[in-house]
Design a protein around this ligand. Structure first.
Ligand SMILES: Cc1cc2nc3c(=O)[nH]c(=O)nc-3n(C[C@H](O)[C@H](O)[C@H](O)COP(=O)(O)O)c2cc1C
Length: 349
């Protein structure tokens, strides 16, 4: 499968000669990973991110719902250096408005509506990308909600549940509504995360929408970013999820900073220590703690050589002691491997 960088370069488009404005980089919502604690530490240790959309809030019962659901978006849980936009998954206007009002009371001025979640448990209930084959119901919800909503609304979506025509037909109709923007992950819900992003259809979306669009999907390196920026010069807003967990320095690299591997590993080590001790305080018991850390490592391992082996070793650990021993070994080996590589490359005096 070609990477986005090679696909875009192959299109042979000329590089624009004017310097593009600084990109807006938005941390994508990754439920189970990018909670307030992760978002705050990511921004504190690395920075470079302008905004984050929080993972969706999904009350299982009708209002009044338990305020524990809002823990992740409480202002005191979130740092001011990273503005957060809460996300809703509702498809019923009453539940939508109740939660939106509560978020307004907390001080939020904008919320995001999830029309992209591909999880079968969600799509089966006609939510997330499962709502996309029902355009009339989507517009009916907007018709009912928007006149009563004091907050700004943006949408995060995919190209469709089963067909890209689902979004292509909706976009011109969204033009009639006062949305602040639309984030598009150019895959179908039924693909989950398989296959490549459909950049051709994303290009068609640009023509069809009058709203500011944000690109989201498989942005994992500064080269990928540059290739996408050349291909879509009118886009200045980029949402990144898995790429930022795999490489927390990515936002800085997109902004032109470069890091030696030893500095990278050192910074990741400090970040990891902070994450681990903070989650240890927060989560109830070692199995929750290790579960969370392993989920993070399922992406973060990509920052290390032989990432599959690194993740396998960490995944096999089943106590805090074992976990810490293996993780420390991984960091130590990365530094040693680097030093060995340097000395074998050095020119003899
Ligand atoms: C584990 C996981 C959890 C996710 N949770 C959410 C979510 O709560 N809300 C949402 O809109 N998208 C969610 N997504 C989708 C991401 O926000 C994003 O659209 C997708 O990962 C593609 O971007 P990326 O390639 O930069 O990761 C999730 C994705 C993953 C892998």
């Amino acid at each position: 499968m070609p990477s986005i960088a090679t696909t875009v370069q192959a299109s042979g488009k000329k590089q624009a000669d004017t310097t593009p404005p600084a990109p807006t980089i938005i941390l994508a919502p990754l439920r189970g990973i990018t909670d307030a604690l992760f978002r705050n530490l990511l921004q504190h240790h690395f920075g470079g991110i302008n905004q984050a959309v929080a993972p969706f809030i999904n009350p299982q019962q009708k209002a009044p719902f338990d305020d524990k659901l809002l823990r992740d978006v409480l202002p005191e849980a979130n740092q001011k250096t990273l503005p957060v936009i809460p996300q809703l998954l509702h498809t019923d206007p009453e539940g939508f408005l109740t939660l939106a009002r509560r978020l307004g009371d907390l001080g939020y001025q904008e919320i995001n509506w999830n029309l992209g979640c591909p999880a079968p448990m969600v799509t089966r209930k006609k939510r997330g990308s499962g709502f996309l084959p029902h355009p009339e119901e989507i517009l009916a919800l907007l018709d009912q909600v928007l006149p009563q909503l004091d907050l700004k609304l943006s949408i995060k979506t995919r190209l469709g549940l089963r067909e890209p025509t689902e979004l292509l037909k909706l976009l011109p109709r969204f033009n009639d509504y006062p949305l602040t923007g639309i984030t598009i992950h150019p895959r179908l819900g039924c693909q989950l995360y398989k296959g490549t992003c459909d950049l051709e259809t994303f290009k068609r979306c640009l023509i069809l929408s009058r709203h500011p669009l944000t690109y989201n999907g498989d942005l994992t390196t500064a080269d990928t970013f540059q290739a996408l920026q050349q291909r879509f010069p009118s886009i200045n807003s980029w949402m990144i999820g898995r790429g930022l967990v795999a490489n927390p320095l990515l936002a800085l690299e997109i902004r032109g900073e470069r890091f030696q591997q030893d500095e990278r590993i050192e910074r990741l080590h400090t970040f990891h220590e902070d994450l681990y001790t903070s989650y240890r305080r927060r989560l109830a018991g070692p199995s929750h703690l290790l579960g969370r850390m392993k989920l993070i490592w399922s992406y973060l391992a990509a920052s290390f050589e032989q990432s599959d082996k690194v993740f396998k070793r960490i995944r096999k650990t089943n106590s805090e002691e074992q976990y810490l021993a293996v993780v420390n070994e991984v960091f130590r080996e990365s530094q040693t491997a680097r030093k060995r590589h340097e000395s074998s490359c050095s020119v003899p005096q």
